[in-house]
Design a protein around this ligand. Structure first.
Ligand code: 6PG
Length: 470
């Protein structure tokens, strides 16, 4: 039997699609799933790709079916299942074999696993894979972390299966240990933020402007042909156009307003706090999902305080204002995300290639958008600058921040929550204020705790004359 170039464990939706993608690109792949029935069912239904797929019933058989030095991709639920699988594979594999975790791992776990692997046992790579089912099948975006030599070993396969942007594969090595999974985590934070900002403008159109779903779908469709072109805007247009079979109403009006989450957005926020790298738009997006889950409390709040959203009078806001506000919100949100990546790169010694991060997100992943191409250029041209100060985006912000202010202000006046857009605006205003109000914080800290302060006219470690006058 011809041995396979690679193995894959976990034939859930993502694993199955990735295995088919690998086979389609001409590689032989050996597969194993906890339930043997699933493995055989998968192989039997692989159509004309079946002859490149080897179904195995035991881990030992899987390992034997792969050409050494072996590489095995894990697509099992993040957390304990990954550790269990590594523990089960380790005695069966050689020291120079390679285990690749392609799940949505917490990058701290990936760091730990990579450090363990460096001590003994098979090598370890943690790769962030984005693009959902469709991406896994036809071209995901792949963010790699681990030893460069291990990445190089499997790069031909990963690049072959990845999405392409102008013929460039969206599969990039990000750095050692958990770097790839960290970048995926920030991707997911931005995914939450993009989705939340879209939900907010959807709310303004629905509740403030009284637009029906079909009309909102048209608006998103129009925006998708302008600066906001992105996969998430495109699918927002698609979902608002669909009619529910049972009720004959737009399905969007039937879906319960309680958002789920698996937690990657939360990890991004936690890490940003550790790194003191503000990502308020993503924070608002995570907060909004958590608040949406408190359905009963929200209903009680509505009873007590009255339904919040009030419709706008004609002309208070235009659709053009909304589009511009989204453009500003998106620039600010990504400026925060890239600043977080830069802080993490310094802290963890990853030298994260920021323009390459923008490039790897241009196709295949959930946050793919035309703006990411401009961001890659801006990050290349302004390596040391916050993205909001890069000339191209500063110009865009100059034109659009007025609309963001108008949308946030009018929404607040009409009781429409737009927390992500509002946080973006507040951060923008802070970032363009040379003289902030943190002098008050410093005075308070020194008053109650003698923490000291710097003076504007020079010197640090001063104390106020509080005892004399307090
Ligand atoms: C991707 C997505 C994906 C994620 C889902 C669900 O890049 O393909 O980020 O990895 O698991 O979007 O995430 P939540 O359940 O946290 O919304």
């Amino acid at each position: 039997m011809t041995q396979s170039e690679i193995g894959l464990i976990g034939l859930g939706t993502m694993g199955a699609m990735l295995a088919l993608n690998i086979a389609e690109k001409g590689f032989r792949v050996a597969v194993w799933n906890r339930t043997t029935e699933t493995t055989h069912h998968f192989a039997k239904n692989a159509g004309d790709l079946a002859d490149r797929i080897t179904a195995t019933e035991t881990l030992k058989a899987l390992v034997a079916a792969i050409k050494p030095p072996r590489a095995i991709i894990l697509l099992v639920p993040a957390g304990d299942p990954v550790d269990q699988m590594i523990a089960a594979l380790t005695p069966l594999m050689d020291a120079d074999d390679l285990i690749i975790d392609a799940g949505n791992a917490n990058f701290h776990d990936t760091n730990r696993r990579a450090a363990d692997a460096a001590k003994s046992g098979p090598h370890f790579l943690g790769i962030g894979v984005s693009g959902g089912e469709e991406g896994a099948r036809h071209g995901p975006s792949i963010m790699g972390g681990g030893e460069r030599s291990d990445w190089d070993r499997v790069a031909p396969i990963l690049e072959a299966i990845a999405a392409k942007f102008d013929d460039t594969a969206c599969a990039t090595y990000m750095g050692t240990g958990g770097a790839g999974h960290f970048v995926k985590s920030v991707h997911n934070g931005l995914e939450y933020a993009d989705m939340q900002m879209i939900a907010e403008v959807y709310g303004v159109m629905r509740d403030g402007m009284g637009l029906a779903a079909a009309k909102i779908s048209d608006v998103f469709d129009r925006w998708n042909n302008g600066p906001l072109q992105s996969y998430l805007i495109e699918i927002s247009s698609a979902v608002t156009a669909v009619i529910d079979e049972a009720t004959k109403h737009p399905i969007i009006d039937v879906i319960l307003d309680r958002a789920g989450q698996k937690g990657t957005g939360r990890w991004t926020v936690i890490e940003a706090q550790h790194l003191a790298a503000p990502i308020p738009v993503i924070e608002a997006a995570v907060m909004a999902r958590n608040t949406s889950a408190r359905l009963e409390e929200r209903k009680e709040g509505e009873k007590r305080f009255g339904a919040a959203p009030q419709a706008f009078a004609d002309g208070v806001l235009t659709l053009g204002d909304l589009e511009s506000a989204m453009i500003a919100g998106k620039i600010l949100c990504y400026a925060q995300g890239f600043a977080l990546l830069s802080a993490a790169g310094d802290e963890f010694d990853w030298a994260l290639p920021l323009p390459d991060v923008a490039k790897v997100w241009r196709a295949g992943c959930i946050i793919r958008s035309s703006m990411l191409d401009d961001m890659a250029t801006a990050l290349e041209e302004n390596p040391e600058r916050n993205l909001m100060l890069a000339p191209f985006f500063a110009k865009h912000l100059e034109k659009s921040h007025g609309a963001l202010r108008k949308v946030v202000a009018q929404s607040a006046l009409h009781g429409l929550p737009v927390p992500a857009l509002a946080n973006g605006l507040a951060w923008f205003d802070m970032m363009r204020t040379g003289r902030s109000t943190a002098n008050m914080i410093q005075a308070q800290r020194d008053f109650f705790g003698a923490h000291g302060f710097d003076r504007m006219d020079g010197g640090d470690g001063h104390h106020g004359p509080w005892a004399l006058q307090g």
